[in-house]
Design a protein around this ligand. Structure first.
Ligand code: G6P
Length: 369
């Protein structure tokens, strides 16, 4: 059957709203909170290879590369294995060092991105084990991988990736939890707690989607800005990058994502009353630090929009506008904090009359080098 928009104006909005289901589908049959198990058929027999890896190399492009950055934090925390995240195009052309005992995780929605595919082919020749985290079943990257897990997000039609991204985060988190548990680098209580946290993600994403009308209004308010800055720390730093990428893809407004503390080494020079600064600032171990970053922006008269957790009066008082999402453990928070940023990009794109499903010059899968 033809893929329909189901009453939504655009595929992008439909796909944003599908996320409670797509994340649920991705977890279903894999995550068993009561039994305390994660079952992933395509990874199961190769878990030891990741467990014993000296290093994990993550290779991807675009939004999938951002999922890789989140995974870097998650794998290092839960598995205590050093992780490097590589742009496929940079990795492949620089005569990269791939050692025995290195594991490569390739992340790709389409499974056809040329740079990623060729990077994997050359790493495979050097003897690396390739794990694919891919959405399109039977795609080229799925086929050249030794093992892997599908993201089960269903066909993604909007050029800007949304539901594939959150499904990638769900799969990568499950793999890291499984490896960390078997390796003994996560204690049982934390492991159990995180399984539960993952299970609760779909309903928290549903709650975040209730921000729809509020964000539509914010889009009207901020659509004429010339630039945007997106800032985050820790697990939410890659979400700041992703928020900026979504906005520039969809609305053609220049946007930059930065680690919040790093802004004082450059972007802070741009801050004045015309610059909206989006903080991804849900409650986590970095909270106090990001509060002082917000103060630094306010002191320079920047406009602050903040994605925050419920009951965060501190940031609510400081920010010009807030987007409130349910509280989640910092390790799964990116799956939820990205939702308002997807909506913000969508509605600013719409307010500017852009072709949100097919932004100019962009392609859904980039099969040229
Ligand atoms: C293109 C798409 C992006 C995507 C990137 C990587 O740039 O427009 O949405 O994130 O390619 O694609 P992949 O299919 O490998 O995830």
């Amino acid at each position: 059957a033809a893929i329909e928009k189901d009453g939504y104006d655009h595929f992008m909005l439909k796909e944003i709203f599908e996320q409670p289901h797509t994340i649920f589908d991705c977890l279903r049959g894999r995550l068993d909170v009561n039994a305390g198990t994660i079952t992933m058929a395509g990874v199961q027999n190769h878990i030891d290879q990741i467990k014993n890896a000296n290093r994990i190399l993550i290779i991807a492009c675009g939004t999938s590369w951002h999922a890789g950055l989140v995974a870097e934090y998650v794998f290092e925390e839960l598995c205590r294995i050093p992780v490097e995240v590589e742009y496929a195009s940079e990795f492949r052309y620089r005569n990269p060092i791939v050692n025995k005992g290195d594991v490569i995780i390739a992340i790709s929605q389409s499974g056809e991105t040329a740079d990623t595919l060729v990077a994997l082919e050359s790493a495979k020749e050097k003897g690396a084990t390739i794990f694919g985290v891919v959405n399109v079943v039977g795609s080229s990257i799925a086929r050249i991988s030794h093992a892997g897990a599908y993201t089960h997000a269903g066909p993604e039609i909007g050029v800007a990736s949304t539901k594939a991204f959150t499904a990638q985060l769900a799969v990568l988190t499950m793999i890291a939890l499984k490896v960390g548990h078997e390796k003994g680098t996560i204690d049982e209580t934390r492991y159990r707690k995180l399984l539960k946290e993952l299970e609760e993600v779909p309903e928290k994403v549903s709650a975040a989607l209730k921000l729809n009308d509020h964000i539509k209004a914010l889009a009207e308010k901020y659509k004429d800005a010339r630039d945007f800055l997106f800032l985050g720390r820790g697990y939410n730093f890659p979400i700041a990058l992703e928020g900026a990428l979504k906005l520039k893809e969809i609305s053609y407004i220049h946007a930059e994502g930065y680690p919040a503390a790093e802004m004082k080494h450059g972007p802070i020079a741009l801050v004045d009353e015309t610059l909206p600064v989006v903080f991804v600032a849900t409650k986590d171990s970095y909270h106090e630090k990001i509060v002082s970053n917000i103060q630094e922006i306010k002191a320079r008269k920047g406009k602050v929009l903040a994605v925050i957790s419920e009951n965060d009066e501190i940031i609510e008082k400081m920010a010009d506008d807030v987007m409130i999402v349910p509280f989640a453990d910092e390790l799964v928070a990116p799956l939820i904090s990205v939702i308002p940023l997807q909506l913000l990009a969508y509605y600013i794109g719409i307010a500017k009359g852009c072709d949100v499903d097919k932004p100019r010059n962009l392609a859904k899968s980039v099969t040229v080098e």
